[in-house]
Ligand binder design. Structure first.
Ligand SMILES: Cc1cc2nc3c(=O)[nH]c(=O)nc-3n(C[C@H](O)[C@H](O)[C@H](O)COP(=O)(O)OP(=O)(O)OC[C@H]3O[C@@H](n4cnc5c(N)ncnc54)[C@H](O)[C@@H]3O)c2cc1C
Length: 455
């Protein structure tokens, strides 16, 4: 059995010193969770306010989903734009998609201000579609985007697709017909069955390394206003009218605001002394899902790439796809390769995320499924045995409607949320950090689909 071994954690500085909370403290903003959501929230809270910020992490910086993801930077939701528009109205759905797309510039802002020099590639990424139904979702989504005045996505349909003549007139101008070879070329596959490609900007970054380097920057830039405590689990949050008290294992933290950046709602008991109880509601809002991934090294002779394959014609719009990323990767210092990483197999945890243990071995079935996929789809000798240097899994928190929760708790705004990874969380976490800083700074914030529901 293989261990949970992630390429992102492999690149972190294992000699970094960790500070644990050793006495009772008070602060303006306590952020629980040191993944990309917690660190981005800290970045924007420090930048946009004069307040003191403490980040409390039960384990180690960026060792949650942030250290166990696919590291693709993508600006979409794990549910179709059409269904978002149906639930929230076209205007709100379009504002939300635009906000996520604009989060690219927030990522740039963080990267540039901290003068980071970690690998961060950008390119046109692709999604391979294998049925008319899948194509129709994207036609309709582009149609709605056009109506809402936001950018649509490139949709290329194979001239050989049996439905090409049946595409309704209303979609003219929002797709192009190309030779089948173009589809195969973009998807880098010889596997038959792909009939269309949806393309838009994607990128790749090691989001754990990003957090590590960002913390070093924040510690230097704000030595008196920023502290990170690791190995400090928060068990309980008691909310009062104008402050909160956190039971952080052996000590307490008093804070004017507390921001949950915990991915899901894990093992924290919330007591609201200043209004209606929120504990039960809150624990039912997010359910856990484990995502499995494998990675191997190749020569560094091809450019970075990210492709999602909806190879099953019945695959749903939400998440029945396999995703492959290729990127330059430094395995040992100075040894440069391409890392090919592939994910897709998942396991729903239904009610209880606490059953997930990140030290669990990597299941053989997940590795076999990924291996079959690579041999079937990606360009590799059919019989070549792949040496998977990395196999890893991570926990994702899914909200009921697949939309991240960002903003104050309606029952007591001392508590705020930036959580619910929903499979795609790098850009949404950063956007969440910016929004939370606006709420805390007292700015007038527009209503959005990310707002925390009252019930
Ligand atoms: C297999 C997989 C593939 C993915 N691929 C992508 C991708 O390609 N692109 C993308 O955008 N997103 C992807 N994601 C999702 C993305 O990684 C997450 O949305 C993002 O990392 C979430 O960041 P976070 O900070 O919210 O959560 P996390 O990184 O999980 O951080 C939460 C932190 O809170 C801490 N914590 C929890 N409870 C407590 C407590 N009681 N006290 C103190 N600390 C606590 C945890 O220890 C953890 O460190 C993927 C996720 C997985 C698992």
């Amino acid at each position: 059995m293989k261990k949970n071994r992630s390429p992102w954690i492999h690149q972190l500085d294992s000699s970094r010193t960790h500070t644990t909370l050793r006495n009772d403290i008070s602060t303006d903003i306590a952020i629980i969770g040191a993944g990309i959501a917690g660190i981005s929230t800290a970045f924007y809270a420090l930048k946009n306010t004069e307040k003191n910020v403490v980040v409390v992490e039960r384990f180690k910086l960026a060792h949650g989903a942030t250290g166990h993801n696919a590291g693709q930077v993508v600006s979409y939701f794990e549910r179709g734009f059409g269904s978002l528009a149906k639930e929230f109205g076209l205007k709100r759905a379009a504002q939300a998609e635009k906000a996520i797309v604009d989060a690219w510039s927030l990522l740039d802002e963080m990267y540039t201000e901290a003068s980071l020099d970690i690998p961060f590639s950008r390119f046109l990424g692709h999604g391979g579609l294998s049925s008319f139904q899948q194509v129709k979702w994207h036609l309709e989504a582009n149609h709605l985007r056009r109506e809402a005045g936001i950018e649509s996505r490139d949709l290329l349909i194979s001239a050989d697709a049996p439905f090409v003549k049946a595409i309704p007139k209303q979609y003219d101008g929002i797709y192009s017909v190309v030779p089948q070879e173009k589809i195969a070329e973009l998807l880098e596959t010889k596997m038959p069955g792909f009939l269309a490609v949806i393309s838009f900007q994607k990128g790749c970054i090691n989001s754990a390394l990003f957090c590590q380097e960002m913390v070093i920057y924040l510690q230097k830039k704000y030595p008196d206003r920023f502290t990170l405590f690791e190995h400090t689990p928060v068990h309980k949050v008691i909310l009062h009218k104008e402050h909160a008290v956190l039971d952080a294992d052996t000590h307490t933290i008093e804070a004017a605001h507390v921001v949950l950046c915990t991915n899901g709602f894990e093992s924290i008991h919330i007591i609201n002394e200043a209004g209606l109880q929120i504990d039960a509601k809150y624990h039912h809002l997010v359910r856990g899902k484990i995502g499995y991934m494998s990675g191997y090294l190749e020569n560094m002779d091809k450019p970075p790439m990210a492709i999602s394959y909806y190879k099953d014609p019945d695959a749903s719009e939400n998440n029945s796809y396999i995703y492959l990323t290729r990127r330059p990767y430094e395995y040992e210092a100075g040894a440069h390769h391409n890392l090919i990483s592939v994910g897709g197999p998942e396991l729903d945890l239904e009610e209880d995320s606490s059953v997930y243990n990140f030290e669990d071995d990597f299941p053989e079935e997940a590795e076999a499924e990924i291996d079959r996929f690579i041999h079937q789809v990606y360009s590799i000798e059919p019989k070549k045995q792949i040496d998977y240097v990395f196999t890893w899994h991570g926990l994702m928190g899914y909200t009921k409607n697949g939309v991240r929760l960002i903003g104050p708790e309606p029952q007591n705004p001392v508590l705020l949320y930036n959580l619910g990874c929903n499979g795609i969380g790098i850009l949404p976490s950063i956007l969440g950090g910016k929004i939370i800083s606006g709420h805390i700074a007292g700015e007038k914030m527009e209503k959005s689909i990310f707002d925390v529901p009252r019930k």
